[in-house]
Design a protein around this ligand. Structure first.
Ligand code: TXA
Ligand code: MG
Length: 320
C-alpha cells in the first residue's frame, strides 16, 4: 500500500480514513489541486506533512472540514464568515478566522488564526467525513514545486513519503483556493487569489486593501514569503504584445504556454482556448515542458480579471 496510487473507490476511501485516524499521511484530490492530508488535531501527524514537503514550520496549514458546523468548532465564527461559507462552500474558498484552543500550534504555524476550507470534491468530502476529523492539507508537492493536479504528479514529488495516494483523475480548477482573512469586522482581505474570483466575493462582502504595513501583511499570510510553483526551467513572462516576444526568445531554445499562437519557432507551443483551461492545465504543463529540451519557458500573462488574477499571481511567482 505504501505510497501507491489507489483509485478513489468507497473501499479505498475507508482505508484512507483509517490511515488518517492512525496518524498517517494520505494524498487526496480536491477540486483545486491534490492535498497532502493528516489529522489536523494531532501535532505528530501534522509534523509529518512539514517533513514530507520540506515545508518551513512557520507556514500554517489549511484545515479541511466537511460542514459549516465543524468549521465553527475550530474557528471563531462571525457574520461575514457565515455569509461566505453559505455562499461559497463547498468550494475553493479558504477562510481565516481566530482559532479555537483545539487547533494545535503547529497546524496554525504559531499564529492565533486558523485557515478553514470545505472542498467540493466528493472523494475529499467522503474521506473527511469517514475520518471524522478536520484534515490539515497543503498542496501535495515538495515545497517550491508546482502544485500537483494529478495523482501521478503527487507520486513524482512525494513517492515513499506518503502512505496512500487517492486518485480521482485530474482536478477540475487546477489552481489553489482563494484565501481570505475574515477576522476583521469591516470586511475581508484577499491573502491569495484563487478559485473564487474577487468579482464573486465582492457581490457578497466588502473587500478591504491589505495592511499598508508590509510586515503585518506577511504575518497574516506566511506562505507569500516563500518562492512558489517553480518549474525546473527559467520561466519568462510575456505580456502578449507581438513585438515584445522576439527579444525575449532571441538565441534561445524556447517553449510556450499561453492564449495566443506565438510567432517564431518554439520547440513546443501549448495554446489554450480559455483562461479556465490555462488555469486547469498550467501546473501539469509546467511539469511536462521542463523535459522538452528547451532552455526557457515563455508564458503569456492573461488579463487580470476573473480567474486571470489567480493565474497571473501563480505565473508571477513561478517566474520569481
Ligand atoms: O486549494 C487549496 O487551498 C489547496 C488544497 C489542497 O486545499 N491547499 C493549499 O494549501 O494550497 P497550501 O498550504 O499550499 O497553501 C495554503 C496557504 C499558504 O499560503 C498559507 O500560508 C496560508 O494559506 N495560510 C494557512 N493558514 C493561514 C492563516 N492562519 N493565516 C494566513 N494564511 C494562512
Ligand atoms: Mg502550496
Amino acid at each position: 500500500m505504501n505510497g501507491r496510487i489507489c483509485p478513489a473507490t468507497d473501499e479505498n476511501i475507508l482505508i484512507a480514513a483509517e490511515i488518517l485516524k492512525s496518524g498517517g499521511l494520505v494524498a487526496f484530490p480536491t477540486e483545486t489541486v491534490y492535498g497532502l492530508g493528516a489529522n489536523a488535531l494531532d501535532p505528530d501527524a501534522a509534523a509529518k506533512i512539514f517533513d514530507a514537503k520540506g515545508r518551513p514550520r512557520d507556514n500554517p496549514l489549511i484545515l479541511h472540514v466537511s460542514s459549516i458546523r465543524d468549521a465553527a468548532k475550530y474557528g471563531e465564527m462571525n457574520d461575514c464568515a457565515e455569509v461566505l461559507m453559505q455562499q461559497f462552500w463547498p468550494g475553493p474558498l479558504t477562510i481565516v478566522l481566530f482559532a479555537s484552543d483545539e487547533v494545535p500550534e503547529l497546524t496554525r504555524g504559531g499564529l492565533d488564526t486558523v485557515a478553514l476550507r470545505m472542498p467540493s470534491n466528493t472523494a475529499a468530502l467522503s474521506v473527511i467525513r469517514c475520518a471524522g476529523l478536520p484534515i490539515a492539507a497543503p498542496s501535495a508537492n515538495r515545497s517550491g514545486r508546482p502544485s500537483p493536479t494529478t495523482a501521478q504528479a503527487v507520486a513524482e514529488d512525494l513517492d515513499g513519503a506518503v502512505d496512500m495516494i487517492l486518485d480521482d483523475g485530474p482536478t477540475s480548477i487546477g489552481l489553489e483556493s482563494t484565501v481570505v482573512d475574515a477576522t476583521r469586522l469591516e470586511g475581508i482581505v484577499i491573502l491569495r487569489p484563487g478559485g473564487i474570483t474577487r468579482e464573486a466575493l465582492a457581490k457578497v462582502v466588502d473587500i478591504l486593501d491589505g495592511d499598508d504595513d508590509e510586515e503585518a501583511d506577511l504575518r497574516r499570510s506566511p506562505g507569500t514569503r516563500y518562492r512558489h510553483y517553480a518549474p525546473k526551467l527559467p520561466l519568462i513572462l510575456w505580456d502578449g504584445n507581438p513585438s515584445a516576444l522576439s527579444p525575449l526568445v532571441e538565441d534561445k531554445r524556447w517553449c510556450f504556454l499561453g492564449l495566443d499562437t506565438p510567432s517564431g519557432h518554439p520547440l513546443k507551443a501549448v495554446v489554450f482556448d480559455s483562461v479556465e483551461e490555462y488555469a486547469r492545465e498550467l501546473y501539469a504543463k509546467l511539469r511536462e515542458l521542463e523535459n522538452c529540451g528547451a532552455d526557457v519557458i515563455i508564458a503569456e500573462l492573461p488579463e487580470r480579471s476573473g480567474l486571470g488574477e489567480a493565474l497571473r499571481n501563480r505565473l508571477e511567482r513561478a517566474a520569481g
